[in-house]
Design a protein. Structure first.
Length: 141
């Protein structure tokens, strides 16, 4: 799944037939996990795995990245921005990461609930984007 999700925010402008090809790959992975046949409806399988369809995955990732970007540049509400921290400003990280645009991903105890919290999920989405996107400045807007 990580390879399918890597950089999928850059796939937003793909034609529909390409989305269908990627969706069929996602469906095959879901069927493999559930050991189901090709005739079985895919929607319950995806719902059981808590997976979005491929176009919705892209939309989710783009929305999360835009919200994190707004937090980093002071364009989002403070109650969201206060929970986002750059690796460069964290004094417990290595110096070679001080110039990177990575965010600190907080450790969580509960993988079911806490991993879906905005600071954790948003930081993971931001860190998974290509460096060219995350290093863009606010002046590009």
């Amino acid at each position: 799944m990580q390879r399918l999700d890597y950089g999928n925010a850059t796939l937003a402008g793909l034609p529909v037939f390409q989305h269908r090809r990627l969706q069929s790959l996602l469906n095959a992975a879901a069927r493999l996990i559930h050991r189901s046949s090709c005739q079985e409806c895919i929607t319950p399988l995806l719902r059981d795995l808590h997976w979005l369809r491929f176009p919705e995955r892209i939309d989710y990732k783009l929305a999360m990245a835009v919200l994190i970007f707004r937090c980093l540049y002071g364009l989002a509400p403070r109650y969201l921005s206060d929970h986002i921290q750059r690796v460069a400003s964290s004094n417990r990280r290595c110096l070679h990461l001080s110039s990177s645009s990575l965010l600190v991903v907080r450790r969580t105890r509960l993988t079911t609930v806490a991993d879906r919290a905005f600071p954790v999920a948003g930081s993971r989405v931001w860190n998974s984007l290509p460096c060219g996107i995350t290093s863009a400045s606010v002046y590009l807007l």
